[in-house]
Write a protein that binds this ligand. Structure first.
Ligand SMILES: Cc1cc2nc3c(=O)[nH]c(=O)nc-3n(C[C@H](O)[C@H](O)[C@H](O)COP(=O)(O)OP(=O)(O)OC[C@H]3O[C@@H](n4cnc5c(N)ncnc54)[C@H](O)[C@@H]3O)c2cc1C
Length: 549
């Protein structure tokens, strides 16, 4: 294809992703200097459309960024009132009392929020300050300068044919150049992955680890709704097959977020994370709560779990990784939004000082220092051994030892275990199918549990079909030649949106990619045992449309 000519626009800072990290950076830049030219590009059709997390928000990030958020009408309306933790068996449950939990696990002072709505509100604040926000603009490529520094992104390319050639309504998009480019793409960002590899930012670090999180929003019987209640569970149905657990958060308006996370380092390729989630809802404790209610939305997203020891170097010439692009989730707390906000703020402060000193295109070392030595580093360091302990020694031992480790870190500032490693990445953790038994999952009943495709329709996912498939295979024949005989092609099961199928054609197995269903969770890019699938951005505006609720 001939070289594509694109118009270029110049900014001080170009920000990819209107999540909590990207929007915090934009707001902080404008707070520091109203004259800075700042642009935020978001692949969702609107801000919030791709933000899955119905979350418990630790407001420390927002307090630091916008101390008067309450007066400004931020949608933090439901304070956590009750915190429960259950260990589930198949038919029963045991409540783990709160007192042995380290203080950091306490949710009092936190809020149950729709992060989609929080991001919509943050975008309004940013726009009022003069930030340009362009939703529906997927950033598909990085632009490099003469010295190899990142100097911008390509955004808004539309209308390619399925074979990648320009179609009749082709729009080349434009280049957006900045003195600095911030990548706030969230977990497993496609541009972030390129930057991490190109500049060797993960050299000497532990591999990043992930889980896949699935979530439904339910409207339940008002008599059972207890606004402000937070419940976490572990144990059944995963047992020893995989790490993970559930969350149930009672928002307002009789709504409940019901979610389930499966750690992606599971060995058995027959495991079906989506069906584990569906089965979980039949536990008597959950079924009783949901009976008589209705599921109104569904979505899925990977979550970073590597923590402190997996966080890559955050800066390279011209570019900085923000929030979960670098993996800033505190795993035992299942919280990353506060760190995403703090990281956006810190990156903005470093860029402001650099621009004031007439620098550009270099490394924002002050940002790296702020993250590692400041509040984010402290938050992540304290819990750094919980995930490796769970992976190595299982749930029960990790609860006891992980709890002890968090206490000693909290009270004495050190760990008896030093810093444990994670070992393999999640793709490498997958073992051959012949070593494991297939798992027999009950059929969804259509009342409490649903088949995958019906649920995907509740994510309002939409992709223009006449574009190239954004899920790229390194080798076209690897799924059938390698993954099917060796791993029973686990893509059929690990994808929470039913994108991947193996069908029979002319008596032969054929691998089919239904990219239209993709909810942009990125699990395939992480878990494919042959590391043969690369998630790239489809054209802007495509993907899920998570509701404004
Ligand atoms: C199931 C689940 C439950 C969770 N629960 C909680 C919780 O209760 N509390 C909590 O604090 N945290 C929770 N988290 C973690 C939290 O969601 C993340 O830490 C947080 O979203 C990170 O923010 P971010 O801004 O880095 O990325 P994101 O919130 O993922 O935002 C990234 C944005 O960038 C956009 N984007 C990505 N790539 C591109 C591109 N190339 N071009 C243009 N736009 C792009 C995306 O569409 C998205 O809008 C949970 C996560 C999951 C998966």
């Amino acid at each position: 294809m001939a070289e594509i000519e694109r118009e270029a626009m110049e900014y001080d800072v170009v920000i990819v992703g209107a999540g909590p990290a990207g929007l915090s950076a934009a707001i902080r830049l404008k707070q520091l200097d109203a004259d800075l030219q700042v642009v935020v590009l978001e692949k969702g059709s609107e801000v919030g459309a791709h933000i899955l997390s119905g979350a418990v928000l630790d407001p420390c990030g927002l307090n630091a960024l916008i101390p008067d958020w309450k007066e400004k009408g931020a949608p933090l309306n439901v304070k956590v009132k009750e915190d429960n933790f259950y260990m589930l068996g198949e038919a029963g449950h045991v409540r783990i009392p709160n007192f042995p939990m380290p203080p950091l696990m306490n949710n009092h002072g936190n809020y149950i929020v729709s992060m989609g709505n929080v991001c919509r509100w943050m975008a309004e604040q940013a726009e009022e300050m003069g930030v340009e926000i362009f939703p529906g603009m997927a950033c598909s490529e990085l632009v490099y300068g003469d010295k190899g520094e990142v100097k911008g992104v390509v955004a808004g390319e539309f209308g390619k044919n399925p074979d990648g050639t320009p179609g009749p309504a082709y729009e080349p998009g434009m280049e957006l150049h900045g003195k600095y480019v911030f990548l706030g793409e969230g977990v497993r960002g496609s541009l972030s992955k390129e930057v991490i590899a190109k500049f060797g930012l993960s050299d000497g670090k532990e591999p990043q680890k992930y889980g896949v999180g699935m979530k439904e929003i339910w409207e339940i019987d008002p008599a059972k709704h207890k606004e402000g209640t937070v419940t976490h569970t572990m144990g059944w149905p995963l047992g020893s097959n995989a790490g993970g657990g559930s969350f149930i958060y009672h928002l307002d308006n009789n709504q409940v977020y019901v979610g389930f996370v499966v750690h992606l380092n599971y060995k058995n390729p027959h495991l079906f994370p989506y069906m584990e989630f569906q089965r979980f809802k039949h536990h008597p404790v959950v079924a009783e709560l949901l009976k008589g209610g209705k599921r109104v939305a569904y979505g899925a997203r990977a979550i970073t779990e590597g923590g402190w020891q997996s966080m890559p170097k955050l800066v390279a010439p011209g570019v900085a990784l923000l929030g979960c692009s670098a993996g800033m989730v505190n795993v035992p707390r299942i919280k990353g939004n506060h760190n995403a906000m703090l990281s956006g703020k810190a990156a903005a402060e470093a860029a402001y000082e650099a621009i004031k000193a007439e620098r550009s295109g270099d490394e924002l070392a002050a940002y790296e220092t702020d993250v590692r030595d400041g509040a984010i580093g402290k938050d992540l360091k304290m819990v750094r051994n919980v995930k490796p302990m769970w992976s190595k020694w299982g749930l029960t031992a990790s609860l006891a030892l992980g709890g002890l480790d968090m206490w000693t870190n909290n009270l004495l500032g050190f760990s008896f275990f030093g810093t444990l490693g994670h070992g393999k990445n999640d793709a490498e953790a997958t073992e051959e199918a012949s070593k494991h038994k297939p798992i027999d999952y009950p059929k969804p009943d259509g009342v409490l549990s649903f088949d995958r495709l019906t649920n995907v329709s509740f994510s309002m996912t939409n992709h223009e079909e006449s574009q190239p498939c954004h899920l790229r295979l390194g080798n076209e024949d690897t799924p059938v030649r390698v993954n099917l005989p060796k791993f029973a092609e686990p893509a059929q099961r690990y994808c929470p949106a039913g994108v991947y199928e193996v069908v029979e054609k002319d008596g032969q197995p054929e691998f089919v990619i239904n990219f239209q269903n993709c909810v942009h969770c990125k699990t395939c890019d992480i878990k494919d045992p042959s590391q043969n699938i690369t998630w790239t951005t489809p054209q802007g505006g495509d993907g899920p449309n998570y509701p404004n609720m």
